[in-house]
Design a protein around this ligand. Structure first.
Ligand code: UFG
Length: 331
């Protein structure tokens, strides 16, 4: 299939592109490079540098490249930043996203896979979280992803646009070519590994009095390649209708302290830590039930151990000591 990946120069998007190419799809990336890196785009895949609100370029790309489906990953995705800058997140994640949908309608493209987030659930009353559980976001990032998800059934009713929304839990790790690099970095695993590599003095743990066994937040870390595979399967699954899927590894999840322990085991390096205050917008615990996507699409996390995930991130960091040459962040 000919697939447009928005945000395909970003951290998760670049690995989705790799997996699509591996499966024989023809891929075009559209990215404004606000958060992405041209070097992260798989060799031979065309990169159109444009903003989603640039309807002329988006529609020309959809038409001229004969695009049959869109995987929409371009977004602002930092929980902490979303609390500080709710307008930026609404503008990019809702406003620019709707502009993309309207371009798809104009060009009669009726297949969409959307990268949503576990942040739509807020502070869930039960774990693991299932897709039909209440969605009560505790930060603008989750709120904006939910707003876009909620627009989709209306576009389907009016225009026949089918969609799969994949609620990502915490993507981590790296492929051979593509890894996580943001500037400034805010994600736990790269921060912990930077401390292990001596690139930062210490890791600040955001809150030690959460209602979890060790008092630090629990997340469901999923290898970025497993997450990317879910997008490829969801694309094929669109033939059966629109769906919402959680994508995480499930189990008990891992606390911030457990991630630091894993990084210590993997790197063999000491990791200085300091307790700090809570970060606004952080739920205590987010762990997925991915039973629906496993049952319906046959997806399974195959690279799920935390040590393996951290080891792949560490390997990428060591082979890319300065990150990507273009320097700015990949989201
Ligand atoms: N944390 C620290 N210290 C740090 C950085 C993070 O203690 O220096 C903690 C956070 O408070 C949180 C956990 O580590 O409890 C994970 O934080 P991340 O910033 O790595 O990830 P988030 O859970 O905030 O969010 C990520 C993505 C979102 C996605 C979400 C899904 O950034 O886009 O996972 O769960 F939606």
């Amino acid at each position: 299939m000919r697939v447009l990946v928005t945000g395909g120069a970003g951290y998760i998007g670049s690995v989705v592109v790799e997996e699509l190419v591996r499966d024989g799809h023809e891929v075009v990336v559209l990215d404004n490079l606000g958060n992405g890196h041209p070097e992260a785009v798989a060799p031979g895949v065309p990169l159109v540098r444009a903003d989603l609100r640039d309807r002329t370029t988006v529609e020309a790309t959809l038409r001229e490249r004969g695009i049959e489906a869109v995987i929409h990953m371009a977004a602002d995705s930092l929980v902490g930043e979303s609390v500080q800058k709710p307008g930026k997140h609404h503008d990019n994640n809702v406003g620019a996203g709707l502009s993309l949908l309207d371009a798809m309608v104009t060009c009669e493209i009726k297949r969409l896979v959307f990268s949503s987030t576990a942040a739509v659930y807020g502070e869930p009353a039960k774990q693991p979280i299932e897709e039909d559980d209440p969605t009560v976001p505790t930060n603008p990032f989750g709120e904006t992803k939910l707003a876009f998800e909620r627009a989709l059934p209306w576009y389907e009713a009016a225009h026949g646009l089918r969609s799969a929304s994949l609620r990502h839990f915490n993507a981590a790790g790296a492929s051979e070519r593509c890894g996580e690099m943001h500037d400034p970095e805010t994600h736990l695993i790269p921060i912990v590994l930077q401390a292990a590599a001596g690139q930062r003095d210490r890791v600040i743990i955001f809150g030690e009095n959460y209602p979890t066994p060790d008092g630090t937040c629990i997340r469901d870390y999923i290898h970025v390649i497993d997450l990317a595979r879910a997008h490829v399967l969801a694309l094929a699954g669109l033939e059966n209708g629109s769906r919402i899927y959680n994508v995480g590894c499930g189990g008990a999840g891992y606390s911030v302290l457990q991630v630091i322990d894993a990084a210590w085991r993997v790197t063999g390096e000491g990791i200085p830590v300091k307790m700090g205050p809570r970060r606004a917008g952080d739920p205590a615990r987010l762990v997925a039930s991915s039973e629906r996507i496993q049952r319906e699409l046959g997806w399974e996390p195959t690279l799920g151990s935390l040590d393996d995930i951290v080891a792949s991130a560490w390997k990428w960091m060591q082979s890319h000591p300065n990150g990507y040459a273009s320097g700015h962040s990949a989201d």
